[in-house]
Ligand binder design. Structure first.
Ligand SMILES: [Mg+2]
Length: 315
């Protein structure tokens, strides 16, 4: 972890210097501003080339979870941040709902790999306004979902911050050889999603699809959870698998537009592929094709990749 943090710090410092030497906030500005910093996807790609998979990892950074060897199974490791005014607004919900959401976004990654959660670590940085009552309610929401999903809270950290920041790390497990990765889609596979889409505006609550993920073991050839929008997450899956995709439909949540379903983030449904003719749960939305890796068509036309990018989008 130390070497990862060091490389990340050095990379961010170098990019800030290169982007705008007189403005340390350049990375938070949209792409059409004076500076033109690399997007989140480009930054991750650059970091992955430097980090590599790690000596003991079966699968390193770049998928929904890392995979580590264990005695009878494989360990799945994932971590996600929630930052006030970046990932959420306080006005969006109760502290209980926020606590549940902080865990859900990580459980969704475990679900995408076909795994079961085992334990979590929670690091919380609290502003001055967050009193004991608020903090207690946050943990109540988190622990309720942890109990329901068999996830033990193994530890964590508390500190102060101007904005609320919550980092949750989840460790899960999956039988050896059964993890569903992003890189297994093949031309001819059918593309499915676990439910209708519409993005965070139309989805007040999110549910980790753990039961579905387990059912897809040995059936799905690839999977990813939809955190940053269908167009961007399908693009990522296609890049990892070296394939392209053609979509013909997308089911909509009530009140959502087609554009929101294609590009808005934080649906946390699963997107997965399966061989043609194999019955799997969910809704068929298209097929995997042989073409430029990462290219996606929607109803016969190239689809722009417009999902959420932390360094180019602002809500
Ligand atoms: Mg994910």
């Amino acid at each position: 972890m130390i070497s990862c943090s060091l490389i990340l710090t050095q990379e961010l410092r170098r990019l800030r210097t290169a982007a705008a030497p007189d403005d340390s906030c350049a990375l938070r500005r949209p792409a059409n501003h004076v500076s033109n910093p690399p997007g989140e996807f480009q930054l991750i790609e650059r970091l992955l080339k430097r980090l590599g998979p790690g000596r003991r990892a079966i699968l390193g950074p770049g998928d929904d979870c890392a995979i580590l060897p264990a005695a009878r199974a494989r360990q799945l490791l994932t971590i996600d941040s929630m930052v006030e005014d970046v990932h959420f607004k306080l006005a969006w919900g109760t502290p209980e709902a926020l606590g549940a959401r902080a865990l859900t976004v990580n459980l969704s990654d475990i679900a995408a790999m076909g795994g079961a959660p085992r334990f979590c670590l929670v690091s919380l940085a609290l502003p001055d306004w967050a009193n004991r009552k608020w903090t207690g309610a946050f943990y109540r929401g988190l622990l309720k979902l942890a109990d329901e999903t068999g996830t033990s809270l193994a530890g964590g950290d508390l500190s102060r911050s101007e904005k609320l920041v919550c980092d949750v790390m989840v460790c899960g497990s999956v039988p050896a050889g059964k993890a569903i990765r992003r890189d297994g889609a093949r031309p001819g596979d059918v593309v499915h999603i676990s439910g209708p889409l519409g993005g965070w505006r139309h989805r007040p609550t999110i549910t980790p699809r753990l039961d579905l993920g387990r059912k897809l073991r040995g059936k799905a050839t690839s999977a990813i959870d939809l955190s940053d929008g269908l167009s961007l997450d399908l693009h990522r899956l296609c890049v990892a698998s070296g394939v392209s995709a053609a979509l013909d439909r997308v089911p909509l949540l009530d009140g959502a537009t087609e554009r929101q379903a294609l590009h808005d983030g934080e649906d946390y449904e699963l997107l997965y592929t399966a061989p043609p003719g194999l019955r799997v749960p969910g809704e068929r939305i298209g097929v995997i094709t042989k073409g430029r890796p990462g290219a996606v068509e929607y109803r016969g036309k190239p689809m722009p990749i417009l999902g959420y990018d932390h360094f180019r989008n602002r809500r």
